[in-house]
Write a protein that binds this ligand. Structure first.
Ligand SMILES: [Zn+2]
Ligand SMILES: [Zn+2]
Length: 302
């Protein structure tokens, strides 16, 4: 795996740059601090535009390979799977250099890791092993439920006149047992998968995804797989300081039409909103080489 940080040259971006975008591109409520943490887009839009140009020119996400994997062609985003989110994080290294990290959301055509892109948060081998172990019994239950649904309404062999209702009830009971069992297994499997997401933040803390969810709340499948958490986790793990983040959609527009080719979007609230408060914790706010506002906010005097 090639190191995914692309080092930029020239002056590091700061908040005084005319193109600096102060709008928050991702946010989440941090229960430890009792407030929302945000990260601005900063100069990440320009880096996204550069990435869009590269995608356009290479027509693959396997841009560093001499012989790109056909599975990683952009044909995938034009087909039935439709488009996907891409993201860029501008950050500063502990040595003071600055560069950009790039991510695609989730897997790309079933592939987790592609050179030049940040890896997923969980260990891929552990993830695949869990799925191999947990999926078959869930699929078996789904098959049995489908069989029940496809069967003709249970006929009654009894002669007491109540049999039809009784066996109808028992089919209903069986179905309910199976769906309850499937629900319990799915929840267990989900919890086990989420235990592989050991999230880092900028306070040097590490927490399992499940433990940072608001009390009593579950998280949707795929939480932690969007670009923002992948990028922030990688940055925190390697001691990089985020300076700006932006995400855009690339490919055939999604079915509901809420995602359009080449448009920018802020991090999602339904998944990322649950974990970004923890993940952004410890970042100077707003992010920048010098946190100008921190001093002025604290001192309420001229
Ligand atoms: Zn998201
Ligand atoms: Zn916090």
């Amino acid at each position: 795996m090639l190191f995914p940080l692309l080092i930029n040259h020239g002056a590091p971006p700061d908040e005084t740059h005319p193109a600096y975008n102060h709008a928050a591109s991702c946010a989440g409520f941090c229960s430890a601090c009792g407030r929302e943490h945000t990260l601005a887009a900063g100069l990440a839009h320009a880096e996204c535009t550069a990435l869009m140009n590269l995608l356009h020119a290479h027509d693959t996400v396997d841009m560093l390979s001499a012989e790109p994997d056909p599975l990683l062609s952009l044909d995938y985003l034009r087909g039935e799977a439709r488009g996907q989110m891409f993201g860029v994080l501008v950050c500063r290294t502990p040595q003071g250099a600055y560069g950009t990290l790039r991510a695609f959301s989730g897997q790309y055509n079933g592939i987790w890791s592609v050179p030049g892109w940040v890896p997923p948060i969980p260990d891929v081998q552990e993830f695949d092993a869990l799925v191999r172990q947990d999926d078959p019994p869930i699929r078996e239950l789904s098959r049995r439920i489908a069989d029940l649904d496809a069967a003709p309404h249970p006929a009654c062999a009894c002669t007491d006149g109540h049999g039809t209702e009784a066996s109808g009830n028992s089919a209903h009971e069986t179905r309910k047992q199976l769906t309850d069992q499937r629900k319990a297994l799915s929840q267990q499997a989900m919890r086990r998968v989420f235990s592989l997401y050991r999230l880092r933040n900028f306070r040097g803390q590490c927490a399992v995804l499940h433990d940072i969810l608001p009390t009593g709340k579950g998280a949707p499948t795929g939480t932690g797989d969007c670009c923002a958490p992948k990028l922030l986790h990688y940055a925190a793990l390697h001691g990089f300081t985020p300076l700006g983040l932006a995400e855009f959609y690339w490919g055939r527009k999604n079915r509901s039409g809420t995602r359009q080719h080449g448009s920018f979007y802020t991090a999602c609230t339904e998944k990322c909103g649950l974990i970004l408060g923890f993940m952004l914790c410890g970042l100077a706010s707003p992010a920048g080489p010098k946190s100008v506002t921190q001093g002025t906010n604290d001192a309420d005097t001229p």
